[in-house]
Design a protein around this ligand. Structure first.
Ligand SMILES: Cc1cc2nc3c(=O)[nH]c(=O)nc-3n(C[C@H](O)[C@H](O)[C@H](O)COP(=O)(O)OP(=O)(O)OC[C@H]3O[C@@H](n4cnc5c(N)ncnc54)[C@H](O)[C@@H]3O)c2cc1C
Length: 456
C-alpha cells in the first residue's frame, strides 16, 4: 500500500507550490532504472535532453564541464508514470492520506496513523513502513522506537532553494547565461551564498532557473554587503541579470500549471548514517540522500530505492523484517553510492567559506582534467595542482596559499573518509564504534571550516 497526501490527480506534489525541483537527472541514473526495473522513461515525463553541465566561476571566465548527458524531467508528469507502472504491478494507493505518526509494538514499527482527505483519522498497518515523505519527514523525526537512525539534521546542512519554470524571448546571445544544449551552474557567493544558482534549459525558449542558499550563508552575505535579501529576492535578481532571458513569463501550459514557481528545502549532507530500524526504512530526501555538492537527489533516490526494494522483498520472503534483516540496504547503498558523500559534505563545507575571488582563482589554476573527471565520476578530486612537489605550480600555489592548503586538506580527508565508509559494518553490532569514528573525523572539519570567520 502506498500512501500519498496528494489527491490521485497530483501524485508526488511536494508542497502547495508544486513539484519544486531543478528537474535535472543524469542519463546514467535513468539507465540504472531501466536496467534494474525495466522501466524506460521517455516523453512526456522526460522533457528535454542535454549534453552535460557547465559550472561557471563567479566571473564567468572559467567553465568546466561536469557530468555526461542528462535529461530535464517534467516532475509533475513523472510521478503519474510511476503510479501507472506501480499499479500495473498491483500496488494499491491511498490518496489524500497524510501520515502523522508511526505505530510501534514491542520495539517494531507496525504502521502509521494519520488523517484522510476528509480530515478523519486513519490507521494502516504493514510489515515494513518505508518513509519516503521528503526532507520535512515527521515520521523519522518522531520515530518511536530505539534505533540508530538520526532523527534531526543540522540547520547548516539544509539549503533553502527555489526556482521558476519560465518561457522567454531570446535577448543577447551569451552561452554563459543560457544554451539549450547544456545545464549551467553559476557559483557566486553574492547571488547564491554558500550554494549555487542554475539555468537548466527545458527547450529553446523555456528554462528552469533558480538558486539555493544556506540560511547562515545568506545571513553572512547580507551582513557583509549590508543587504536584506531573501531567497525570493535573490532569485528575482538572478533572473533579471540574465541577458539572454527577455520578457520572462511563468510557464502555464497544462504540464506546468501550478508548478512554475516554488521554493523548498534540500538536505546537503551525507545520507543518514543508518537508514533502517525494526520494520522501518528511510529513503529519498527523508534519508538525506541528495549529493552535498549539487543537491542532486533524484539519482541517489533511484539507486537507493532499487536497493531497498530488493532488500525488503528478501526480508518479507524470509518473514523477518527486523533491523538486522534490513541492514543490507545500509551496506549496499554505502558500498555502491554512499561512500563518497561524507567527502563531498566536507568539500561543500570548505567551498562555503570561500570568496568569489578565491573561487575564480581556484577554478582557473587548481582544477585539473583529472579533478573534473573525478567529480563527474562522483569521486572526490585529488587537487594535485595544489601540491608543492609540482614545481610548475609553485607560483600559482603561492598566489593563494591558504586556498591550496584548504583544497589539499579536503583531498586528504576524503581518502580517510572513503576508506572508513567502505568499512561500513556488515551487521548492526559494530555500528556504534564505526559511527563514532566517522563523527570524530567530521567534527574536526566543522571546527576547521568555520564559514563565519571566512566571509566576514
Ligand atoms: C528547488 C530544488 C531544486 C532541485 N533540483 C534538483 C535537480 O535538478 N536534480 C536532482 O536530482 N535533484 C534536485 N533537487 C532535489 C530533488 O528534488 C529531491 O531529491 C527529490 O525530489 C526527492 O524525492 P523524494 O521522493 O524523496 O521527496 P519529495 O519529492 O519531497 O516527495 C515526497 C512525497 O511525499 C509526500 N508526503 C510528504 N509528507 C507526507 C505525509 N506526512 N504523508 C503522506 N505523504 C507525504 C509529498 O506530498 C510528496 O508526494 C532539487 C530540490 C529543490 C527543492
Amino acid at each position: 500500500m502506498n500512501l500519498d497526501r496528494n489527491p490521485a490527480a497530483e501524485p508526488g506534489k511536494k508542497t502547495r507550490n508544486g513539484w519544486t525541483c531543478g528537474d535535472a537527472v543524469s542519463r546514467n541514473s535513468l539507465n540504472y532504472l531501466a536496467s534494474n526495473l525495466g522501466i524506460q522513461y521517455g516523453r512526456p515525463e522526460v522533457e528535454h535532453d542535454v549534453k552535460g553541465i557547465y559550472v561557471y566561476s563567479p566571473d564567468h571566465k572559467t567553465k568546466v564541464l561536469f557530468e555526461g548527458e542528462g535529461h530535464l524531467l517534467n516532475r509533475k508528469l513523472a510521478p503519474r508514470r510511476q503510479v501507472k507502472d506501480a499499479q500495473k504491478l498491483g500496488v494499491e494507493f491511498m490518496w489524500g492520506a497524510t501520515a502523522e505518526r508511526l505505530l510501534a509494538e514491542d520495539g517494531f514499527i507496525t504502521g502509521v496513523t494519520g488523517r484522510d482527505s476528509e480530515g478523519d483519522p486513519f490507521r494502516a498497518t504493514a510489515k515494513v513502513v518505508i518513509d519516503a515523505t521528503g526532507s520535512s519527514s515527521v515520521l523519522r523525526r518522531f520515530l518511536p522506537i530505539e534505533s540508530y537512525i538520526e532523527r534531526e539534521i543540522d540547520m547548516d546542512d539544509i539549503e533553502a532553494t527555489g526556482r521558476y519554470i519560465l518561457e522567454f524571448d531570446r535577448g543577447a546571445e551569451d552561452e554563459t547565461y543560457f544554451t539549450p544544449e547544456y545545464c549551467l551552474i553559476h557559483l557566486d557567493q553574492y547571488i547564491a551564498a554558500a550554494g549555487y544558482a542554475w539555468v537548466f534549459p527545458k527547450g529553446q525558449n523555456k528554462v528552469n532557473i533558480g538558486l539555493g542558499v544556506s540560511k547562515s550563508g545568506l545571513d553572512r552575505r547580507n551582513r557583509r554587503f549590508n543587504k536584506q535579501d531573501n531567497l525570493q529576492s535573490l532569485i528575482d535578481e538572478y533572473v533579471r541579470a540574465n541577458t539572454v532571458i527577455k520578457n520572462p513569463r511563468l510557464a502555464l501550459g497544462e504540464a506546468d500549471e501550478e508548478n512554475a514557481k516554488g521554493n523548498w528545502q534540500v538536505p546537503v549532507r551525507r545520507q543518514n548514517d543508518c537508514m533502517v530500524a525494526n520494520g522501518f526504512a528511510v529513503v529519498g530526501d527523508a534519508a538525506w540522500l541528495p549529493r552535498p555538492l549539487d543537491a542532486g537527489g533524484i539519482g541517489p533516490s533511484i539507486y537507493a530505492s532499487v536497493i531497498l526494494g530488493k532488500v525488503v522483498a528478501a526480508a518479507l520472503e524470509a518473514n523477518d523484517t527486523g533491523q538486522e534483516s534490513l541492514w543490507g540496504y545500509n551496506v549496499e547503498y554505502m558500498k555502491t553510492h554512499g561512500f563518497q558523500m561524507a567527502s563531498f559534505e566536507v568539500l561543500r563545507r570548505y567551498l562555503q567559506t570561500l570568496t568569489n575571488e578565491q573561487i575564480n582563482y581556484g577554478m582557473k589554476h587548481f582544477l585539473s582534467e583529472e579533478d573534473i573527471q573525478a567529480i563527474t565520476d562522483r569521486k572526490h578530486p585529488d587537487f594535485n595542482r595544489t601540491q608543492f612537489f609540482n614545481p610548475a605550480m609553485w607560483f600559482r600555489v603561492l598566489g593563494d596559499l591558504n586556498l591550496a592548503r584548504g583544497l589539499r586538506y579536503t583531498a586528504k580527508k576524503s581518502q580517510t573518509l572513503v576508506t572508513h565508509n567502505l568499512e561500513y559494518p556488515e551487521s548492526p553490532g559494530r555500528f556504534t564504534a564505526w559511527r563514532d569514528h566517522l563523527r570524530a573525523e567530521l567534527r574536526e572539519t566543522v571546527e576547521k571550516f568555520k564559514p563565519l570567520d571566512a566571509l566576514q
